[in-house]
Ligand binder design. Structure first.
Ligand SMILES: Nc1ncnc2c1ncn2[C@@H]1O[C@H](COP(=O)(O)OP(=O)(O)OP(=O)(O)O)[C@@H](O)[C@H]1O
Length: 354
């Protein structure tokens, strides 16, 4: 175990910082390996935006090719608008600060300083976790990879919550914001909703408390099925809201079900709650039987499956979903629990710097 603990340490260094710890973004050129591109460069890197590989609420993501076509990258182009330009700037400034094996790497950016911006990111060929867990996906994600993904995402959250300065709340932890490389290692992406520069929580601004419910909805961060009910009530963004989103992702990993059922519109947290408590409150054969009922049926023939590990994952999820938020664990507590209780993680060499 001590060898394993040393494996999970990694070297962290900021990309560019000035005295007050803010990254400096200069005009064109390269900043500590992050290149500033012109729009002509962007068009040529994406072959005139010829291959769309993803889209979100604020952006479209295109395949880009670097070094004469030998390296793939992903170009995230933010929708042109003054408000979304602020989202782009905020995501850019955060990504310039972050360097971690399980956080998507920023390679470059385009910024017109007014209303358009684009981020050039490392390309993750296996797409997002939500697509991989989808019942229609041809490939079934093995149990070993599911525990490794949970562990790596917990490490990424631990990094932004506890190991970088100033600390960051992601604000939108969900399976479509977890990208997978060719070995199914995970990388957290989409820092467009992130909040920076406080130790644990951000109060809603005064203007927000006087807003109409409709405008408030537009200001709120998070996604249906993943949003902490405490945040919905108070508008206070905190690290514990990330832990709630993480808890939902763990339920998706174990059950293979969506956070919000596309058929019934039911939320996984609500559907799962009674069964999880029965599993955690019972022992032996009964607990095993109930764990199997909850488990993704596509894992029934997976030789790497271990029902004790299934119970550990469910217990981590249950803790992360607790109310009030103060009862939820920190990301580092989750990392430590997974290291202790999921021995198979060590076989994958999880946490090793790549
Ligand atoms: N680096 C990448 N490599 C491969 N695919 C990517 C990459 N970045 C994003 N994608 C794809 O694009 C999708 C949307 O990306 P992202 O979440 O960053 O956009 P967004 O506009 O911020 O979305 P949201 O609606 O969640 O705010 C991802 O779920 C993924 O499928």
């Amino acid at each position: 175990m001590s060898c394993f603990l040393s494996c999970v340490r990694f070297h962290v260094s900021a990309t560019t910082t000035d005295n007050d710890n803010k990254p400096t973004i200069t005009g064109s050129g390269s900043v500590s390996g992050v290149t500033c591109y012109t729009w002509d460069d962007v068009e040529s890197l994406t072959c005139n935006f010829s291959r769309l590989i993803g889209s979100g609420g604020y952006s479209s993501i295109y395949l880009a090719r670097l070094s004469g076509g030998s390296i793939n990258a992903a170009l995230k182009v933010h929708v042109s608008s003054h408000r979304l330009y602020q989202v782009f700037r905020s995501e850019l400034e955060i990504l310039l600060r972050l360097q971690h094996p399980h956080i998507v790497k920023l390679l470059g950016y385009f910024d017109d300083s007014e209303e358009s911006g684009a981020l050039l990111l490392e390309y993750l060929p296996q797409g997002n976790l939500q697509e991989k867990l989808n019942r229609n996906s041809k490939q079934v994600l093995p149990w070993r990879n599911r525990t490794a993904i949970a562990f790596q995402v917990a490490q990424a959250i631990e990094h932004i919550h506890e190991k970088c300065s100033p600390q960051i709340v992601h604000g939108d932890i969900k399976s479509s914001n977890i990208l997978l490389d060719k070995h199914f290692n995970s990388k957290l992406c989409d820092f467009g909703s992130a909040k920076v520069g406080f130790s644990s929580m951000v109060q809603p601004s005064k203007t927000m408390s006087t807003m109409s419910p409709r405008s408030k909805q537009v200001m709120m961060i998070g996604s249906p099925g993943y949003t902490d009910p405490h945040y919905l009530k108070t508008g206070i963004a905190s690290k514990k809201m990330d832990m709630y989103g993480f808890g939902v992702v763990v339920l998706e990993l174990v059950s293979g079900k969506e956070a919000v059922s596309s058929e019934k519109g039911e939320m996984l947290v609500h559907a799962a709650a009674p069964l999880i408590h029965e599993i955690l409150d019972s022992n032996g054969d009964i607990a095993e039987e109930k764990a199997r009922q909850f488990l993704d049926p596509r894992l029934s023939r997976d030789t790497s499956l271990d029902l004790e590990e299934v119970k550990t994952m469910l217990s981590v999820a249950a803790y992360c979903l607790r109310s009030p938020p103060s009862l939820r664990p920190s990301a580092s507590q989750v990392v430590q629990t997974l290291i202790k209780k999921i021995p198979s993680l060590s076989f994958l060499g999880c946490g090793k710097e790549e």
